[in-house]
Design a protein. Structure first.
Length: 352
């Protein structure tokens, strides 16, 4: 039993801070659900970067979603100061009783001090000194080789909230508009969703192997849909893959919003992809997932709470966390993964 339990029944409002990338924000969604489940009268807000907002927008447990602009700093000092002041004023008016900070971002410490919350919890960060440690009423340790969903939930465990299995589920709401657009794009036939790209190329499987897998699925009678973010490098990878295929897949790369991507993957029989936000999105939508892992660790970042198979190499050095072998942007542990293994993993999920 935690001795310094936070009495949620005395908390009218809570702020959850997750200023990280898209996948990180989605993996924090159970924290919002759990707080609301345990104290339905409490209003739960979140603070994220503006480009990650679609991952939490529409979350049924969320009262307000506050956004930090990624490009505010590019607009000049006066503009940024004005936006920061406006944002802080809006959050200050909410009079939070609890702040839950889920990363090492320094802004969380400043907000925990300045928003006047009675309770605040954040990860213990050795080496950050007294300012960090004294900014929060509660600190929780980050365990190695622990899934990020559980790490996020450790913040609530530290203040006395033990999640059930059901409360650990990811939650994403595509919305009616996204559902309607995806319905128009598809022909109603079952399909396999492949998202080969990542913002980091060293996490990607070679184009020729993606192409061979697509052709195998097509030869077996499966419709294949490929997607990617509207990023030049990702679109280039997709173009290379499609050019190498014999049976051309439906190419929706760069054509879908995040909400539409969620609506699409929810309809798929199977998702195949690398360690990326769309893989977590597939898990959130309950789509069976084949995930290819190289330099990053599947114990920390693997598909969460969904039927899945993780395909990795036997390299003794992985997961190394490096941007390719020797920093060369190419990861041997991914480049050497055989198509047979990925295909076999997909067939296992189909058989189940």
């Amino acid at each position: 039993m935690v001795k310094d339990v936070v009495p949620l029944q005395q908390c009218a409002r809570a702020l959850v801070i997750k200023l990280r990338h898209h996948g990180d924000v989605l993996l924090a969604s159970p924290v919002i659900s759990l707080l609301k489940n345990r104290e339905p009268r409490m209003e739960v807000d979140a603070l994220v970067y503006d480009d990650t907002a679609p991952l939490l927008d529409g979350h049924p447990a969320l009262s307000r979603l506050f956004l930090v602009g990624r490009r505010w700093k590019d607009e000049g000092l006066f503009f940024r100061f004005s936006k920061e002041r406006e944002l802080f004023g809006e959050m200050r008016e909410r009079r939070y009783d609890l702040v839950v900070h889920l990363s090492e971002q320094p802004r969380g410490a400043w907000l925990a001090r300045s928003l006047g919350a009675r309770y605040s919890v954040a990860p213990a960060m050795p080496g950050r000194g007294r300012f960090w440690a004294n900014s929060f009423t509660h600190l929780f340790p980050i365990a190695r080789r622990r899934h990020r969903v559980e790490v996020n939930l450790d913040a609530l465990r530290r203040i006395g909230i033990q999640p059930s299995v059901e409360e650990r589920r990811l939650l994403f709401v595509p919305g009616a508009e996204a559902e309607a657009r995806v319905e128009k794009l598809l022909e109603g036939r079952p399909f396999i969703h492949i998202h080969p790209a990542s913002r980091w190329r060293f996490k990607c499987w070679p184009a020729e192997r993606n192409a061979e897998l697509i052709d195998r699925f097509s030869a077996e009678g499966h419709k294949v849909v490929v997607t990617a973010a509207p990023d030049a490098d990702e679109l280039s990878l997709i173009d290379e893959i499609v050019a190498k295929t014999k049976a051309k897949p439906l190419n929706l790369a760069g054509k879908l919003s995040i909400k539409e991507l969620g609506a699409l993957t929810a309809r798929a029989r199977l998702f195949v992809g690398v360690d990326s936000m769309p893989m977590h999105l597939a898990a959130a939508m309950g789509t069976p997932t084949v995930a290819l892992f190289g330099p990053s660790g599947e114990l920390e970042w693997g598909p969460w709470n969904v039927a899945h198979r993780v395909v990795t190499s036997a390299h003794s050095c992985r997961p190394c966390g490096l941007d390719g072998c020797g920093g060369g942007k190419v990861s041997d542990c991914l480049a050497t993964l055989a198509v047979d293994r990925v295909h076999a993993a997909a067939l296992e999920l189909f058989s189940n």
